[in-house]
Design a protein around this ligand. Structure first.
Ligand SMILES: NC(=O)c1ccc[n+]([C@@H]2O[C@H](COP(=O)([O-])OP(=O)(O)OC[C@H]3O[C@@H](n4cnc5c(N)ncnc54)[C@H](O)[C@@H]3O)[C@@H](O)[C@H]2O)c1
Ligand SMILES: N[C@H](CO)Cc1c[nH]c[nH+]1
Length: 872
């Protein structure tokens, strides 16, 4: 709101002055003017700091010797400085300074032409000080017309009449605050501020009242009322919301309902025909219907603030918000987590979603500290007034972390490196513990939020890395594959990217125990997948119409075996055995080699057992691209299967979408995850061990415990076990990374547990509950289910026979895990006798007619005619 009138204060005495308007009354008007002497800059800066939220401060700085100091005042929030002609010339060259924050003072030395020339073509205002001849000024302003800069005038003789003349001519009067009063009846020597304020407001109503918009401090409209000079005067005097009822005279808002208002400011719209009251509403709200506003309840940030403030006053014990208030470290971790997710969001929807999350936690921090949104916004406004702009570079660790030009291996580190020991991630009060939510007391939105998977890096960023790698492999083949392997795997001695079968025995020297373990697992996986083979089926749909379906193996398959943070020969088994069972002719395995260029002997042994044609010694996008398009030595394949990190998954998506590659993929299989449902019958140590077995995969893994009607002690036992067992693990820091976005949900019964599980669609579902077999019937979405206390998930990872290459990230809703069907395609056949064609012919011909495909129709009719003529 721009100033209508500028009450002048002395910064040396403003705090203690008892004459004229009090500080609070000044804040209702919202603007003050002050003069700063040569030695008063520090005082002025402190004045600005203390009062920036209450006043727009205009400062006469013509005694301030250096431009640097003038800029400091502007920087600290002075909305406008009144300067000499000479200072103006210096300020004109300051970058970032908006000249509408400057007014030049007319002095004895400056002629009218000097001033006109100085402000011509700019937004610089003009300040005429101690004007005696008001008529001259009026004439001057009239001559200037509407298109003139803002003009401020102080009068040598400030009477109410003169001040009104100044205002009538469209200038802003500057007058000592000591000469003004809000109570003209008790203080007749002083000038009535209400009269001045309202002087230029126009009313087009017959009753002469002014439409008045009432808003809160954030500018949200609370309602529409009416004001008169008297009601404005009463409001200024009492510091409350007082309006003019069209029927009942003066209306002291809240006098009967108790829903009173604290006056913050009074202002006017651009053409002075609407008054605006900014108030702090007390009680139930502004509206007589007990809502916050006459337009309904608050929404967005205002609503969130209201809820958080209520929760702070009395949050239900055990609620998530109460936990956030009581656990500053948790709140800190959430703010950092959400800030990171916002940074990584790219689509409009994701950015809005993540920004909302961050604002939720940021506002929780504010409310916990007693800070309001209004105060945050005041700070934003103050920062907007800064002239000395910072470069805006990111600080130390953030700059290093997010350096745009970071080399590729730094990016890799940011994605997968375990948290440092000093990093509190995954701990609560120093214990390794998952966040706990009670579905009975938390709103559904909070539960949904808690169950969100940790965000993956934005597809835009990943694609920006993966696409050039794929293009490079296509263009330069083996040479490029080798270069990337040298770079990412540090295997600089490697000279060929492929190891061809038969594999030398020396490459697969293993202990007898490991060979026995692989052989046992191999056999179980083979048996289970062989049993999945479907026999050809034949159905006679109508007499003489025989339909069949049979399957054929996909000829050439490429199997990606991850090898970044852990070597996974078990994945070679899970992908290789079904390929062998299905009868795929060419099996190519790809896996990142070790730094010495060799490949893990267990993987070579599995490759040998499943009859692989070759092993590609490469990982990531380069391995996927080499298998999709083929290179001089890597065989092109028809389908690529296997899990991997974000680079692998993104590359699989890219090649599958490229029709020129002619390759398909299995499914999106990302970071491992597990959901354990445990009731009172569960052994806490078993539950904890299952959770940790997936948490150790990577910092981006997520584990979920759904505790069914457990007591606080039972839950505590599981948490104690998680902390105890996790601390004993070699990969404890990876575990902490995963635990930091893992959760425990407390639910009332198994039915509710299954609802959440089906909604989450976990990769692995573990049932440690009473009669678990019965519960399997309730499973709708899951990659693989582990039933009862004696079935840890690791048996499925290695040896039971089920496949461990499974859909993650909720894709279990629409994808199956790898199975025999992943390696075959189904072909159908039809075989009709003459009788069959006669039976079905009319239907076919009619539909062909409907579709206006005459050749289709004739393919039948020609045969039927043939039969009729007996020539068939
Ligand atoms: N869902 C399942 O069935 C299943 C099974 C096993 C493993 N997994 C998951 O697979 C993932 C394996 O990931 P991983 O990283 O350990 O191994 P990985 O083999 O998938 O990835 C390693 C490769 O990533 C590439 N890479 C790394 N940093 C890069 C960068 N900055 N730019 C370009 N390329 C880069 C390199 O080429 C490296 O060879 C884990 O998340 C694990 O949980 C899932
Ligand atoms: N649990 C992983 C699937 O998400 C597979 C695996 C390999 N080794 C151990 N586990």
């Amino acid at each position: 709101m721009s100033a209508t009138i500028l009450p002048q204060v002395d910064i040396a005495t403003y705090a203690t002055s008892t004459q004229g308007l009090s500080l609070q009354q000044l804040s209702f008007i919202g603007s003050v003017f002050t003069k700063v002497g040569a030695n008063q800059v520090e005082d002025a800066l402190s004045f600005l700091r203390q009062t920036f939220a209450r006043f727009n401060t205009y400062i006469d700085v013509h005694s301030v010797p250096s431009v640097e100091e003038v800029l400091s005042l502007l920087d600290a929030g002075a909305v406008k400085v009144f300067v000499t002609l000479q200072q103006l010339e210096q300020l004109k060259s300051v970058k970032n300074l908006d000249l509408d924050r400057v007014a030049v003072t007319v002095s004895d030395e400056s002629t009218r032409e000097d001033i006109i020339n100085a402000v011509a073509g700019t937004t610089v205002g003009v300040y005429a000080e101690a004007v005696a001849d008001i008529e001259l000024v009026e004439a001057w302003l009239k001559e200037y017309g509407g298109e003139r800069p803002p003009v401020f005038i102080s009068l040598s003789k400030a009477t109410e009449e003169n001040l009104l003349k100044v205002m009538n001519s469209g200038a802003v009067p500057v007058i000592s605050a000591e000469r003004l009063t809000v109570n003209p009846e008790a203080d007749p020597q002083r000038i009535d501020i209400a009269k001045l304020l309202i002087a230029n407001v126009e009313s087009d109503r017959v009753d002469g009242l002014f439409p008045t918009l009432v808003t809160d401090e954030r500018g949200i409209a609370l309602g529409l009322v009416y004001s008169s000079e008297k009601s404005v005067s009463e409001s200024l005097r009492t510091g409350a919301g007082v309006y003019q009822s069209r029927k009942r005279g003066l209306w002291y808002k809240g006098a009967t309902s108790g829903d009173t208002q604290e006056l913050i400011k009074i202002g006017f719209d651009c053409d002075q025909d609407c008054v605006r009251f900014v108030v702090r509403q007390k009680g139930k709200g502004f509206c007589h219907l007990s809502t916050a506003t006459c337009f309904g309840e608050y929404s967005g940030l205002s609503r969130l603030q209201q809820t958080l403030q209520k929760r702070k006053a009395s949050a239900p014990e055990g609620s998530y918000t109460a936990r956030l208030y009581n656990d500053p470290k948790l709140l800190q971790a959430k703010i950092m987590e959400e800030a990171n997710e916002l940074c990584e969001a790219t689509t409009k929807e994701d950015v809005a979603w993540e920004a909302a999350d961050l604002l939720y936690f940021a506002l929780t921090k504010c409310v916990a500290a007693g800070v309001t949104l209004e105060e945050v916004e005041q700070n934003l406004d103050a920062k907007n007034l800064k002239v000395k702009r910072r470069k805006g570079d990111a600080k130390g660790p953030w700059a290093a972390k997010l350096s745009v030009s970071a080399p590729q291996d730094e990016v890799k580190e940011a994605a997968s490196v375990p948290k440092a020991r000093s990093d509190p991630a995954g701990t609560i009060d120093g214990r390794i513990e998952m966040r706990r939510f009670n579905t009975a007391t938390e709103p559904n939105s909070v539960i949904q939020e808690a169950l969100k998977r940790p965000s993956q890096r934005s597809s835009e960023k990943i694609m920006g890395i993966v696409n050039p790698i794929i293009a490079d492999i296509r263009a330069r083949g083996d040479a490029a594959v080798l270069e990337y392997t040298h770079k990412f795997e540090k295997a600089t001695s490697l000279t060929s990217p492929v190891l061809k079968a038969p594999f030398q025995q020396a490459l697969m020297n293993l202990s007898p125990e490991t060979i026995a373990a692989i052989d046992t697992s191999f056999e179980n996986i083979r048996r289970f997948h062989a049993a999945q083979a479907d026999k050809p089926l034949t159905v006679e749909t109508m007499p003489g119409v025989v339909c069949s379906r049979f399957s054929r193996p996909i000829e050439r398959v490429g199997l990606y075996v991850p090898g970044g943070t852990a070597v996974l020969p078990s994945t070679a088994l899970m992908l290789g055995v079904p390929a062998m069972v299905a009868g795929c002719k060419t099996i190519v395995i790809a896996s990142p080699p070790r730094a010495d260029g060799s490949i893990t002997p267990e993987i070579v042994y599995v490759a040998h057992k499943v009859g692989a044609q070759s092993i590609v010694l490469a990982g990531g996008a380069q391995a996927v691209a080499a298998m999709a398009y083929g290179t001089e030595s890597v065989s092109k394949v028809d389908k690529i299967l296997g899990p991997g990190n974000q680079f692998v998954t993104a590359a699989k998506m890219v090649v599958a979408n490229d029709t020129s590659a002619g390759v398909s993929i299995d499914m999106p299989a990302g970071p491992s995850e597990v959901l354990v449902i445990a009731d009172k019958t569960a052994n806490p140590a078993f539950v904890a061990s299952d959770l940790l077995s997936q948490a150790e995969h990577g910092v981006d893994s997520q584990v979920v415990l759904i505790a069914v009607d457990l007591t606080a002690e039972q839950l505590q036992s599981i948490e104690n076990e998680v902390d105890r067992q996790a601390n004993a693990l070699p990969r404890v820091d990876i575990v902490r990374g995963a635990i930091s976005h893992s959760v425990t949900l407390l639910v009332k019964d198994i039915k509710e547990a299954m609802e959440y599980s089906n909604l989450y669609a976990p990769e692995h579902l573990i049932l440690q509950v009473h009669e678990p077999e019965k519960i399997v019937e309730l499973v709708q979405n899951a990659g693989s289910v582990f039933v009862g206390p004696w079935t840890p998930e690791s048996v499925g990872d290695y040896s039971a026979g089920v496949n461990h290459s499974l859909p993650t990230y909720g894709y279990a809703k629409q994808y199956s895990g790898v199975n025999l069907g992943s390696y075959v395609k189904h072909i159908t056949s039809s075989n009709l006798s003459p009788e069959g064609l006669k039976n079905i012919g009319s239907a076919v011909m009619q539909l062909a007619k409907v579709e206006e495909l005459e050749a289709h129709r004739r393919a039948v009719s020609i045969r039927l005619e043939h039969m009729e003529k007996g020539t068939g």
